[in-house]
Each structure stands twice: as C-alpha cells, then as structure tokens.
Ligand binder design. Structure first.
Ligand code: NAD
Length: 497
C-alpha cells in the first residue's frame, strides 16, 4: 500500500486484518473469561474490532509465560550480538509494515495518519534500532579496589517487566519501554491502554516473526483497574515501567508497596511552559512552535506546551499570530492527508476537555479562539484548537493537565516573574525558553525545574536524549542509554586472590 488520498486510506482500512486476541507465549488466545470490549474509532465512533478483555487471570498466564522464558534463559542468556540481530529484524519488519501500523494507529486513537507515519512509526523503528545497536556496545565496570581483589560491576536483566502505556502515542510509548527492556534481556508483559490496543498486538506478532522466542513478549489488552492493577500487584513482576496520568502513577506506587516492592518508574503528565522574553526571535518562528507545541496530536502530548508565558511587550503580536494559527488547523478527518488536527481519543475525553473550556471561562479567562466541539455529524470526537488569554497562574486551566488542544496565555513583566510562573506547577516535564540573549536563555534554562528545556525551539528530540520528569511528572527516564537503568540490576562480584 502506498496511500496518498483519503480514499486510498479508506480502501486500505477496509482491507485491514486486525489482531484482537491476547498474545501469550507466542500465540493469540481469547481472554480466559471469554469477554471482549469494543475498539471504537474516534474518527467516526464506529467499532473497529472486538478486543479480548484480559483481566487478572490472563495477566497471571502472561506473567507465568514471561517468567518461564526468563528463567530458562532462552532470551536473557543469548549473546547480546544475537539479541541485537533479532531486534534489528523486528525494526525492519515494523518498517515493512509501517503504513499498515500507522493506519491502525490513526483509526484506533484519532491522530492524523500522516503524523502516525512520520512521527509514531519513525520513532518506533528508531527506538528498536537504537537499543538493538546499543546492547552489544555497552561495557560493564571494574571497580578500583585494593591489590589482591577484583570487583566487577555487571548489569543483569531485571527479570519480568510489566509495561503499562497510554493511548496518545500507543506504539511509540510502548517502543520506548519494549526496546530497552528486550535489548537488556528481560521478558515483558505489555498492557496497552484500552483505547488503543491494536498496534501493540500486531507488533507482538511481528516480534515472533522476527525470531523473538515465545514468552519473551506478551501483550494483554484490557482495562486499567483489572488487567493494569493485576500487573502492578503481581508478586512475580520485577519492574513496572508506566507512562500515563499522575493519578494512575500513584496507584502503581501503592501496588508496589502492597506487593513485592517491585521497582517502578513513572512517566506522567505535564503543564509545560513556553517563556517568551522581550528579545525572543521573530514572532512567526515563535508562533509556529507554540502552535504546534499545543495543537499537535490534538494536544494529547505529555510535553504539550500548554502554558504560554509571554513578556507583556510581545503579547499582542504573538496572540494575533497564534489565533491565526489555530484557525488554520481546523479539526479534520484523520485519514485526510491534509489534516493537522484529528479526533480526541474518545467521547469521555472530549467531554473532559470541553469541561475545562467551561472552567476557564468561569474562572474569568478570555476565550480568544476555538472552544467548541466540531464535526459532530461524523459521530467522531473533535474539538477546535482553543486559546485562553488573561489567565492567571492560580486558575485551574493554568495548573491542571487538560491533555487537549487548549493553550493558556499568561503575561509577565520581568525575568524573575517569568521563572517564578514557569516553576509554579507540581509538574516538571518540559519547558521552552525563547530569547536571543544567550545569558538570559541559559540562566533561565538552569532555573527551570524540568526534565527537558528547549531553547529557541520546541519538541527538539531524538532517541539519543533521555525524556522524563521532575516532581509529579514522575521519575525514571525513557530513551537514550539511561533507559537501560530501569531494566537492569547492578551486581557487584568481589573476588579475592
Ligand atoms: P491513564 O493513566 O489513564 O492510563 C495509562 C495506562 O494505565 C493505561 O494502560 C490504563 O489502562 C492504565 N490504568 C488506568 N487505570 C489503572 C489502574 N487503576 N490500575 C492500573 N492501571 C491503570 O493515562 P491515559 O489517559 O492513557 O494517558 C494520558 C496520560 O499519560 C496523561 O497524563 C499524559 O501526560 C501521560 N503521558 C505521559 C508521558 C510521558 O512520557 N511523561 C507520555 C505520554 C502520556
């Protein structure tokens, strides 16, 4: 398939052969309960497939399979060079199927299909390639111990990893966990979000085709409070790697405390600020980055730049340019290659985002763009790109993660106030500093409590740099070699001679 028009994508969608069962021990099986739940397309509200609804019993079976695979060493004890080859084959297979997977992702969670292809699939492939290539190039350590002793510090796979991921970049978020966890020799049970199970199931099948031994990767679709909680509480899971909301992240900390003290890492939400100083670059450059920073992927991005902190002297020109940019990104059919704003993931989330528009208005902020549901005639879940001006930092729309295309604009008068506003949040995932003065840019970047700070750009990134948060944005890092820390144990072996 090489689709270029909406009709091409529709034809390809009609021909999709969707995997809907649980993937355990190298095979697709129905849920033990026999239950299924609908995968609803946010594009038009239609049911794409009925997916097997995994629960605690299926998680038990998946963990048992992962544990057996880990203990007999069919993957963990393979030479890193061999693991590299298998994961490179998987990356190549995902690449061969990237149009199919992008289409599935777009249909399942509402993002524009062209973005699924150019971002989600590209990054997913890069992620598998990067960790495959890394794993036979990282060395262990020898400690500087006294004469007559030798102490080695070696990395060992942690064991059985439970990966729990959200729906906003379903495959990409999964790949940030699967690639380092598998490269390091672990066995994995992946629980995709119930809104977006389909691509994970297909990739599990491709992993088998690539030669990943049975049981090393298991995928159990199902709901959070049942399947997700069972994984979090499981006594035989060694590590939980979670991406999602702070509320559910807290649950995983409790699950670990109440069970086997498994190691937990959390990639949670954000309320990331742009700080636009008086000497920021030209307005077109800043407006373009701010608009895509909040409207891209319908604002369903953990690091969305949802707060614009702008020096009073630059506010009017920037707001005009942003209002124009919002108007140029009307919600459209995710399968139309010209669409920049697709559908929100489901009806519940649309209601939640619309409720925040009401909250912003009732708090006294001024709605200057969007704010309305759109394309209701399609049966899908769309909202216009939305901007609030006159926001103050104590308002809920300045403090809470909306996870939709809603920008809150605040003004400041001096540098100290800018930093204070930027840090006036429980989150600390990302921020951007816009200034042509290197001292202002770097001193502000240092002063901001966030895992990533962009200077004169937004969302600049690749697989070589870590991503993760300060504060309630979580802890632990995805991507880069640092990601291996989450999936490995350090062992000291002290030898006397
Ligand atoms: P969510 O927290 O509702 O769900 C995430 C996952 O947790 C899903 O698989 C879900 O089924 C599971 N889950 C839900 N309730 C559970 C429970 N009680 N016990 C166990 N598991 C449970 O998040 P979401 O709505 O899917 O995604 C949006 C959130 O993800 C936002 O807060 C966003 O900021 C965050 N996110 C963070 C990053 C990052 O890298 N920091 C990246 C993407 C998304």
């Amino acid at each position: 398939m090489t689709a270029t028009t909406t009709d091409d994508y529709l034809a390809a969608a009609a021909a999709l052969d969707i995997r809907t069962d649980i993937f355990i021990d190298g095979r697709f099986v129905p849920a033990l309960s026999g239950r299924r739940f609908p995968a609803v397309s946010p594009r038009d509200g239609s049911v794409l497939a009925e997916v097997a609804e995994g629960d605690a019993a299926d998680i038990d079976a998946a963990v048992a399979s992962a544990r057996a695979a880990f203990e007999d060493g069919r993957w963990a004890r393979r030479a890193p060079m061999d693991r590299r080859r298998t994961l490179l084959r998987l990356a190549a297979l995902i690449s061969d199927h990237r149009e199919e997977l992008a289409l599935l992702e777009s249909l399942d969670m509402g993002k524009p299909v062209v973005d699924a292809l150019s971002v989600d699939l590209r990054v997913t492939i890069e992620s598998f390639e990067y960790f495959a290539e890394a794993i036979n190039k990282v060395y262990d350590e020898v400690a500087p111990t006294p004469h007559g002793t030798l102490a080695t510090i070696t990395r060992e796979p942690a064991g059985v990893v439970g990966a729990v991921v959200p729906w906003n970049f379903p495959l990409m978020m999964a790949s940030w966990k699967l690639a380092p966890a598998l490269a390091a020799g672990n066995s994995v049970v992946l629980k995709p979000a119930e809104q977006s199970s389909l691509t994970a199931l297909r990739v599990a099948e491709l992993a088998s085709e690539a030669g990943l031994p049975d049981g090393v990767l298991n995928v159990v679709p199902g709901f959070g409070p049942t399947a997700g909680a069972a994984l979090g509480r499981h006594m035989d899971v060694d590590v939980i790697a979670f991406t999602g909301s702070g509320e559910v992240g807290r649950h995983f900390l409790r699950y670990a405390a109440d069970s086997n003290m498994k190691q937990v890492s959390l990639e949670c939400g954000g309320k990331s600020p742009h700080i636009v100083f008086a000497d920021a670059p030209e307005v077109a450059t800043v407006a373009d980055a701010v608009a895509s920073g909040i409207f891209y992927n319908q604002g369903e991005v953990c690091s969305a730049g949802s707060r614009l902190l702008v020096h009073r002297s630059r506010k009017d020109e920037l707001l005009d340019a942003l209002t124009e940019a919002a108007a140029q990104r009307p919600p459209g059919d995710p399968l139309d290659p010209s669409t920049q704003t697709g559908a929100l993931v489901d009806a519940r989330h649309l209601e939640r985002v619309l409720a925040y528009v009401e909250i912003g208005t009732s708090e006294g902020a001024r709605l200057v763009a969007g704010g309305q549901a759109a394309r209701q005639e399609t049966g899908g879940f769309y909202i216009e790109p939305t901007i609030f001006d006159g926001v103050s930092s104590s308002m809920r729309i300045a403090q809470e993660e909306i996870f939709g295309p809603v920008l809150a604009v605040l003004t400041f008068d001096d540098d100290a106030e800018a930093v204070r506003l930027a840090n006036d949040t429980v989150f600390g995932l990302a921020a951007a500093v816009w200034s042509t003065n290197i001292s202002t840019a770097l001193s502000t970047a240092r002063a901001i409590r966030a895992g990533t700070v962009w200077v004169n750009n937004y969302e600049g990134s690749d697989i070589t740099v870590p991503v993760g948060g300060y504060g309630e944005s979580g802890f632990g890092r995805d991507k880069s070699l640092h990601a291996l820390d989450k999936y490995t144990q350090l062992k000291t072996t002290w030898i006397a001679f």
